[in-house]
Design a protein around this ligand. Structure first.
Ligand code: NDP
Length: 342
């Protein structure tokens, strides 16, 4: 087996050297215990929340456990069952859910695994279950439709808009008949937002000296809905540009994940004056919506109503640098790792 092992807790920006590749002799695979599965991993998902798992655990500060130094990194992935001692799973089944950053994973229980219904045979690439048809997709869907309470014609702003979650939020908002603007960190991403994902407009936040003025330029009538992926200075600028009774879905705060001291937000008073509803949410609370979400989004993909973009790193050994790349914006679209078994 080959594995990516987490070395030790991280302070500040993570580095590739915080993880290392470990190889063991390809001895005979240990079979699973009663109720367990042996998985062959096919795709791994690189997700920003994994940065939180690299920090020393702080009680009540996170909704996921920290990685254990010296142990294999775990995260979402797509896998094939190659041995099963669980009645609900057969050899050959394709699944998505929590697995290890390794070629093969022995799971004591299939808790949190979902059997894959639509495959390459249905023209749906398996890697999509790390993104549009997996955790980030459901996040975009519930975050926009459940938390933002959108109405046709409203103005919507999405930050980190070209990423896994953002590109979908923008498209859901367009399908709803909203006016949508996104921001991202490069010229290439801004072009994608406008020309591929169908945002009404987009800008490079790194080129704007004054974010408040930039938002005023793109939203002269104000923002009704903000889908928050970054936090910090951006949130402050948004608060000043929100409309009365606006909604903010707090999905993530990626600009803060590597800071030892978080940026303070100064304009919270706007929440009172403008009666803004700001709500944090986490995707695991909304798992019950997965079946309806899956059917809808598969149909959207087939009808060409939604497009989707991935950034694929080839090989398990590339996974650490792919993960780190999320924090410098190196990924263009959803960051996936394709595992080679040659
Ligand atoms: P992305 O695919 O968007 O990748 C991360 C992107 O964030 C980078 O490409 C970069 O794009 C941007 N970024 C990185 N650092 C900064 C910074 N300092 N300031 C502004 N932008 C930055 O990731 P996801 O779509 O998977 O995740 C987006 C957000 O959603 C994250 O905050 C994540 O934690 C959150 N999330 C929350 C979930 C929940 O259940 N609440 C579930 C899944 C994700 P750019 O070039 O534009 O800077």
């Amino acid at each position: 087996n080959k594995q990516i092992v987490f070395k030790d807790y991280v302070v500040g920006y993570p580095k590739e050297t915080d993880m290392e590749l470990r190889s063991s002799e390809p001895s005979i695979m240990v079979p699973p215990e009663e109720g367990g599965l042996l998985l062959k991993n096919l795709y791994l998902s690189c997700d920003p929340y994994m940065r939180g798992r690299m920090s020393k655990p702080i009680p009540n500060a996170s909704y996921v456990n920290s990685f254990v130094p010296g142990s294999v990194i775990t995260g979402y992935g797509v896998s094939q069952v190659i041995d099963s001692r669980h009645p609900d799973f057969q050899v050959g089944d394709l699944v998505w859910g929590f697995t290890g950053w390794e070629l093969f994973t022995l799971l004591p229980t299939p808790l949190g695994l979902t059997k894959i219904k639509y495959t390459n045979d249905h023209n749906i690439p398996l890697s999509y279950y790390t993104g549009i048809l997996g955790m980030p997709g459901l996040t975009a869907y519930v975050g926009f439709h459940e938390i933002c309470s959108p109405k046709k014609g409203e103005t919507v702003y999405v930050s980190a808009a070209s990423g896994a979650v953002g590109q979908l939020v923008g498209q859901f908002a367009k399908l709803m008949g909203c006016y949508v603007v996104g921001s991202a960190g490069t010229k290439e991403k801004v072009e994608l937002l406008k020309n591929k994902f169908g945002f009404d407009d987009a800008f490079n936040y790194k080129e704007e000296q004054d974010l408040t003025a930039a938002l005023k330029r793109f939203f002269p009538q104000g923002i009704d809905i903000y889908f928050e992926n970054v936090g910090g200075r951006m949130l402050d600028a948004v608060l000043l540009n929100m409309n009365v009774h606006g909604r903010i879905a707090v999905c993530g705060l990626i600009s803060q994940y590597n800071l030892t001291e978080h940026d303070g937000v100064h304009n919270l008073f706007c929440m009172i004056t403008k009666r803004i509803r700001m709500q944090g949410f986490v995707e695991p609370d909304h798992k019950h919506m997965y079946p309806q979400f899956l059917e809808l989004v598969v149909q959207y993909i087939r009808e060409g109503k939604i497009v989707y973009m991935e950034d694929t790193a080839e090989g398990l050994e590339e996974a650490p640098s792919a993960l780190i790349g999320l924090f410098s914006g190196r990924n263009v679209g959803k960051q996936v790792v394709c595992i080679r078994h040659d």
